[in-house]
Ligand binder design. Sequence first.
Ligand SMILES: [Zn+2]
Length: 259
Amino acid sequence: MPRSKLSTIVEYLNNLLDTPHTPDYPPALNGLQFENSGEVARVAAAVDASQRAIDGAVTAGAQLLLVHHGLFWSGLQPVAGRFYRRTRTLLTNDLAVYSSHLPLDRHPTLGNNALLARELGLEPSGEFARFEMVPIGVRGTTDISTADLMARASAFARQQGGDVRASAFQDGRRTRAWGVCTGAGASADTLDEATRLGLDTLIVGEGPHWTAVDAPERGLVIIYAGHYATETLGVRALAEQVAQEFGIPWSFVEAPTGT
Ligand SMILES: [Zn+2]
């Protein structure tokens, strides 16, 4: 079975995703988060570095797990309890973890945002949603019924074990200018930017209740396609890319969160 050096894969990923130069929230800790003894014969991908995902990667026989939300996503914590069990499983099974949050969200061909837009039949033509001046999301124009777009988002979310909600809108409404920001994409910043850019439809993973209250007053429909579902595409594409580049097999570990 072909084996690749973990350090070579990590260097490849850091370059591919521009990891060292992409700003992020501190708990994202992008890049290699957990080392192994140095070799990788199989790659696994998952949205979250949960015990379920780690166990799934071990069952698949992987030595490297690629995730979007890493081991430190819930903040600073002692290596005890749940966190101890996760790290023990990684150590015992020689499994490394590489995490990529905003660098993966924003990647033009492997990113969650570009891939979700294309999954819904929308072609990105511009940038949307910034973090520290760096664009993370995508936007574009189209002309389809909002109900049809909602149905496409619903079919996609259900495939990932999720569901779709939308803010209130009237029959016959059409979507012409859209923006996509996966994950927790509905926020004060993205709603303001959508209004400024004249967008009429926002497709996100999730957002606070008030965003659905404000949306109609902004002439906006927000489609909430699920935090988990909207972030399954990037890690899959990234693992497939690594698998092709290094000639090693990969698999996706399904661990839907219900959100
Ligand atoms: Zn997320």
